[in-house]
Design a protein around this ligand. Structure first.
Ligand code: JB8
Length: 293
């Protein structure tokens, strides 16, 4: 997989040299390059921002450097490349950059679609990802509109909170994506991934010693009875999910916590325990379909 990241703070992406992502780079699983947006500025101050039309606080990232960056990075290696220097007008108003662009543009934004494991899998199936890291009040919308006419563009939000810029979001997204690529994880970790795909939070984990600071490891996980251990872990996963992420449980059981349907037989005991964690006052939040009626 080819990965390009454009940012005004290349040093922010230094962690991509470490650990398993660093190894994926040195082994060639990913070819990752970090680019300074100012490389595509031409004024003496290498300006990347300007005041917002319509007023308001802060600054907006100017479209011209972003356009030139994408002209170059999205240039289809096979076909006539936009911005390959072969006769396109300079920057400024012109530079249509016509022709198909390769790759998929990913733009972290609080206004994006939620990042999920499913979206991580989708991105892991791409051959070329280009990440645009915004700062200030974000990137001029026309950059995304222009790109979206030439390549897939996905604005992604990590959650309902606001960062200073897109760099740390890109670190998160790439950590989730690169660990899915063939040859990055061993088999044991692949199985962990599958168990997370069942839509529940993981059960707690324990290791030696059997008692630590007077706290014992739950007897059942030391019992060696793998059938009972599996049921216990499933129960713990359900309890945690109900207490912390009722939205996930609702997705498993669209009729709400009064009727948990579609769960395996062995989960029903745990479901009885769940009822107190799912009070009447929360049931409407667990039944988005009913709410719509
Ligand atoms: C300026 O919270 B975020 C995020 C915040 C940002 C920009 C990009 C992403 C650009 N502020 O995901």
């Amino acid at each position: 997989m080819k990965i390009d990241i454009v940012t005004i703070f290349p040093e922010y992406l230094a962690p991509l040299e470490l650990s398993l992502i660093g190894k994926a780079r040195t082994t060639g699983v990913v070819q990752l390059d970090v680019h300074d947006l100012r490389r595509w500025t031409h004024d003496v101050h290498r300006t990347v921002d300007d005041t917002p039309y319509g007023g308001g606080p802060g600054m907006v990232m100017r479209p011209e450097p972003w356009g030139l960056a994408l002209d170059e990075l999205a240039a289809d290696a096979a076909g006539g490349a936009p911005g390959d220097g072969a006769g396109q007008a300079g920057d400024g108003a012109g530079s249509a950059g016509d022709g198909a662009w390769s790759g998929r543009l990913v733009v972290p934004s609080p206004a994006g679609v939620p990042f999920t494991q499913a979206l991580a899998h989708e991105l892991a199936d791409e051959s070329h990802l280009i990440f645009a890291c915004g700062r200030y009040e974000g990137i001029d919308q026309r950059v995304l509109d222009h790109a979206a006419a030439r390549m897939p563009v996905t604005e992604i939000s990590l959650g309902d909170y606001v960062l200073f810029g897109g760099e740390v979001a890109v670190l998160v997204i790439l950590e989730a994506v690169i660990r899915l690529l063939p040859g990055v994880l061993g088999n044991a970790d692949s199985l962990v991934e599958e168990s997370h795909a069942d839509g529940l939070l993981e059960a707690p984990g324990y290791t030696k010693p059997p008692t630590w600071r007077e706290l014992p490891v739950p007897e059942i996980v030391r019992s060696g009875d793998h059938g009972r251990i599996a049921r216990w872990r499933r129960d713990q996963a359900l309890l945690r999910t109900a207490a912390r992420r009722p939205d996930l449980l609702a997705a498993l059981a669209p009729d709400g916590c009064g009727k948990v349907v579609g769960l395996p037989r062995e989960a029903r005991g745990a479901h009885q325990l769940l009822e107190p964690a799912c009070p009447r006052s929360q049931r409407h939040a667990l039944s988005p379909r009913k709410q719509q009626r």
